[in-house]
Ligand binder design. Structure first.
Ligand SMILES: *[C@@H]1O[C@H](CO)[C@@H](O)[C@H](O)[C@H]1NC(C)=O
Ligand SMILES: *[C@@H]1O[C@H](CO)[C@@H](O)[C@H](O)[C@H]1NC(C)=O
Ligand SMILES: *[C@@H]1O[C@H](CO)[C@@H](O)[C@H](O)[C@H]1NC(C)=O
Length: 175
């Protein structure tokens, strides 16, 4: 396992020179009585500093039952699933983050440090991802997997009390 991982890391060091760039973010509240997006945007401060922010106001707090589905999509003819498609119990994950599998930790690690959801359930009031810089994603990805150039997206579904309430899609390119 360790040997396989270090081989992958080595391979990614050799193969990955790609740079990630955000291209779009779309936040879609499917249940507007449950929550609203206060904001959801990308901002380019300058050539090197580009970030994403979003804020969800929960109208029916507290939230105690959360499932999150995250799928990485690659654009071919349309966006097709690529490498990851995971669904996790958000409360269990936050209660014992260390025990989660590496893929889950990797995917959540992409935004957790910039969010207010790195704590155990329940979640109340609002969920914020604040100024997640694209440079951070670059550092996270470069050491993990070789990534062909192209257009990608993360599709995420936020399933609260067994109902899909919102989807958030983050689009990016690797060049
Ligand atoms: C871009 O903006 C950030 C934040 O304001 C600043 O720290 C950085 O030096 C700027 N970079 C360039 C190349 O201007
Ligand atoms: C991810 O997997 C789930 C469960 O198998 C499926 O319902 C969903 O459509 C998949 N997502 C994508 C984007 O293909
Ligand atoms: C979550 O918070 C804990 C404790 O504050 C910290 O040790 C951990 O690194 C954080 N995890 C992430 C992914 O931000």
């Amino acid at each position: 396992m360790i040997r396989k991982l270090s081989f992958l890391i080595l391979l990614s060091l050799i193969l990955t020179e790609g740079r990630f760039e955000f291209t779009n973010v779309k936040c879609n509240m499917l249940d507007k009585e449950f929550a609203t997006f206060e904001f959801c945007f990308l901002k380019s401060v300058n050539r090197t500093y580009k970030y994403m922010s979003l804020k969800v106001n929960l109208l029916k707090s507290p939230v105690t039952k959360v499932k999150v589905n995250i799928a990485l999509m690659q654009k071919l003819s349309g966006y097709k699933p690529f490498l990851y498609n995971i669904t996790v119990d958000g409360c269990k994950l936050m209660a014992n983050y260390k025990a989660a599998n590496p893929v889950t930790k990797f995917l959540f690690g992409l935004f957790l440090p910039f969010s207010n959801i790195n704590h155990s359930c329940p979640f109340s009031d609002s969920i914020i991802v604040e100024k997640l810089p694209i440079d951070y994603l670059n550092t996270q990805f470069n050491f993990v997997l070789p990534f062909p150039k192209g257009d990608y997206a993360f599709y995420s579904n936020w399933i609260i009390s067994d109902i899909n309430r919102a989807d958030v899609r983050v689009f990016f390119t690797v060049s």
